[in-house]
Ligand binder design. Sequence first.
Ligand code: CO
Length: 675
Amino acid sequence: MSDQNAVKMTPMNYDKDRPKAENPVKIEDLTLRDGHQSLFATRGRTEDMIPVAEMLDEVGFWALETWGGATFDTMHRFLNEDPWERLRTLKRYAKKTPFSMLLRAQNLVGYRNYADDLAKAFVERTAANGLDIFRTFDALNDYRNFETVVPAIKACGKHFQGCICYTMTEPRLGGEVYNLDYYVNKAKDLEAMGADSICIKDMAGLIAPYDAYEIVKALKATVKPPIHLHSHFTSGMSAMSHLKAIEAGVDIIDTCMSPYAYRTSHAAIEPLVMSLIGTNRDTGFDIKHLAKINEVLEKEIVPKYRHLLDDTKLSIIDINVLLHQTPGGMLSNLVTQLREMDALDKIDEVYKELPRIRKELGQIPLVTPTSQIVGIQTVNNVLFDDENERYKMITAQVKDLCYGLYGKTAVPIDSEVQKKALKGYARGEEPITCRPAEVLEPELENAKRDVEGLAVDIDDEIIYAIYPVTGKRFLKWKYGKEEVPDDVKPITLDQAKAKQELLKKALAGKLVEKKDAPEKGENLRTFNVFVDEDHFEVGVEEVGGTPLVSYVQQLQAQMPAMPMPQMAAPAALAPVPAAPAPAAKPVAAPAAKPAPAPKAAEAVDGTPLTAPMPGMIVKYEKKVGDSVSEGETVVVLEAMKMENALPAPVGGTIKSINFGNGDSVAKGDALCVIG
Ligand code: CO
């Protein structure tokens, strides 16, 4: 290594004479987006960001990442929050630091390429709602997918940060496809498109320290825009890679506040600040101020999310990621998916198969949405294939990928897989080679018509256009046209603590002594609690409580009502007598919408089409009375964001349809009966 870039060190007294660095490393904080996305399944609520927003604004970050990625989806789907509103709200608290988002180029904040009219409108509305830096990536690094959003970002006068998704063909940088030349050429492409900065987006924490050094060095020598490194901690290398990238002259580094750092998230800011003090790259940040922010996060915020953290392992790193290259969020998704399908024992097989499926699908980088596409297809192959036939259940998204609808893959897709996927594909069996959005019809006007009378403004219309099923449901919640289910409502810090206490007791088998349970009141909230393989449904009610709207709630000394474990109770809970409380909640109570029960599928004669996996009904292609032939698609089921067309097991007439669009179904549920 040449030492001309060596970080220079001046001995000094930290408090008294810390000099301003010649070339401070700039830092983007990811706590409010990638941090909770990586550790807490993107469930962070706006009300839990407000207490630290002003303090974060004081640190001196280059940018705060506050939006994009999975936030748009999760907020309207699971949190009953308007994604646009978060942007406007946070902007009121953090006025100085630019806001950054993660934009999936033509995929926007969804999982497919959207038409140009929608993509342009989305960028314009995002800028208007307060977003400053558009970190833009394409899962295939196919920059034709930037051609619509980039001019829109520029026209709004905003910062276009172009990403290169970091992936590898070999265990380290080099080899056939993803070598140093690849990254240098991609950076040149981005510079030519007018990138205001260039980000190496290492979503799975794959970049090794000396590879980071090589790439940053090469990019600094070739292109003018500032170079930014985004490297997840997953494999445990990122803090070292940060330091080597800094030595190579990287301009901007991504970190999280320590409670939201490490594991599949990012390295923390605090150790980096200390490491660089007294050097020419000192961040200049006040470590004491950072500590204050951490205290708020630790004491007031994190307890509400702790249960979402996957802490089944003692180790905070995952060396497997170096083998299967799956990014942070996807790992836990795969585990969840397999668990719900009673197939967690197949996880090793899934890891083993993943590289093969990835190669057959064009050696693509694994990042949303390609990580889901490859991951779920692998799960499908492991679960449904047999020795006679591979790719028995191909998701709609894999078919789209094979058609070219996501763009050009790094190497050609396996021709046999491609042929099989495109057999009977609605757009045609011959794949396209043009920019994908060129074959997409404008879609915004249709979307507007669909939600006429429900959507109030363009922002509402865009929510629906990107997420038709869950977006429409959210708009109904938003405008009081449908009851908001309990499980999307926020919980208070007190409720979170009570839940933790109950869980501890349940696990210790201390819930057996018990007085007569009072009647369940209207403040009863139901929580799903997952412990390893066990699932508890726990009802929590604050005695004498009122409906809670905010976490600023006086601590009350009373214990909540006894929990009623209703499902999968472990042995320790078995002796608890059934609750004497009436099963039905009081009529006036804002009761949670019960999970839709299969409508007496047994009562109808015929062959049921059962759900092969848990998921959400996207749409039925048939209605009662329609005739179907064997193998014809009857219903489209979304599982882990991927759509699966479920074929009729037999030919006949649809005798009954047991669910509606948007309903959640469990594995084995009879979706319809054919007779
Ligand atoms: Co990330």
